[in-house]
Each structure stands twice: as C-alpha cells, then as structure tokens.
Design a protein around this ligand. Sequence first.
Ligand SMILES: [Zn+2]
Length: 73
Amino acid sequence: MSTGDTDQKKCRCGYERSHPWIVPKPSYSIWGWILVGFGISHPPVAVRFECDKCGEVFETITGRDSLKHHIYR
Ligand SMILES: [Zn+2]
C-alpha cells in the first residue's frame, strides 16, 4: 500500500532533509563499501539523515527505489 508520503520530517531544530545542517549518512553492505572504496558509485542499503547541530537522526531511508536517488561517492 502506498501512503504517498510527502510530509517532510524534521529534526528538533525544525530542519528538513534539504537543509545544509542535515547530513545524509549512507550505510553500505560489505560489497558496497568495497565498490565505494574503489570510487565506484553504489547505492547504499540505508541512508540516515542526521542533524549536524542537534545530532538527531530523524529519518532513515531503506527502500531500494528511494535509495537509487541517494548514491554518494
Ligand atoms: Zn537539529
């Protein structure tokens, strides 16, 4: 079931994902770490959005389709 979730989650400071204080922290599988270590872009298995100011992790993305949009080097 799709909820069509468009609500922007916010940390306790009120910052959304797109705010400069918000740092995406990707988590990779072992294989993913190897690929990324070689400089090969690879989708993470999860991305946590952490506020650099208050340290709160207010959102975690684990969906495969969503993660395609979160490839980091
Ligand atoms: Zn915050």
